[in-house]
Structure formats: C-alpha cells, structure tokens
Design a protein. Structure first.
Length: 107
C-alpha cells in the first residue's frame, strides 16, 4: 500500500508518495551521482582538523518535475558537515522523477 502525506490524489502538487512503483533517480544513474558528489564536495577544514567523519542522512523531495526541495537533515554528524551536506543538495541538478501508475509523482 502507498504511503501518502497530505490530502489529495497522487497527481496533486502537494502530495508526496513514499512508496512508488519507480523511484526517482539521478540523471545518469548512481555512477553519475557519485561522480557529481566527488566533484562538488568540499570537506570542511574544521572537520578535517578535528577528524570528524560519519554518515549523514538528508531527507528531500523530488517533485513531479524532478526538482529537489525541502532538504532536512535526518541524521546529523556535526555542524560543519551538515552545512556542506545541505550545500551539496542545493547544487543537485534535476532528477528523473518517480512514477506511479504511469504518471510522474513527488516522492
């Protein structure tokens, strides 16, 4: 069963579907996404100096047009890394949107 936040159908702009038939994907696939991250990541000097590392989780929405919005840090590592994670998300190009029943949906 599909999980949906907000009222309306899957075609409404404000509806976000968490379980879709086809997930949103980075244009060019996972290899292109990793290449983009490697090219654009600027590891903060504070984090390097203090040997801070870890895994950060950022929740974001890919809308029906493939545009990224509403990034929220779900799992933080440390302040300088959080800022860099959000900066990278803002640089992301548009994605291929998710689809449900043959239509693009926000996910």
């Amino acid at each position: 069963m599909k999980e949906v936040i907000s009222a309306g159908s899957a075609n409404d702009t404000g509806t976000v579907i968490y379980s879709v038939e086809k997930e949103a994907e980075f244009n060019g696939g996972n290899k292109a996404r990793i290449k983009f991250l490697n090219k654009n990541l600027r590891y903060p000097m504070d984090a390097i100096d203090n040997e801070i590392s870890g895994t950060m989780w950022i929740l974001l929405i890919v809308d029906q047009e493939g545009i990224i919005s509403n990034p929220i840090i779900q799992k933080s590592v440390a302040y300088p890394l959080d800022d860099e994670g959000l900066r990278i998300v803002q640089l992301l190009p548009d994605w291929i949107p998710a689809s449900q029943a043959g239509r693009n949906v926000s996910s």
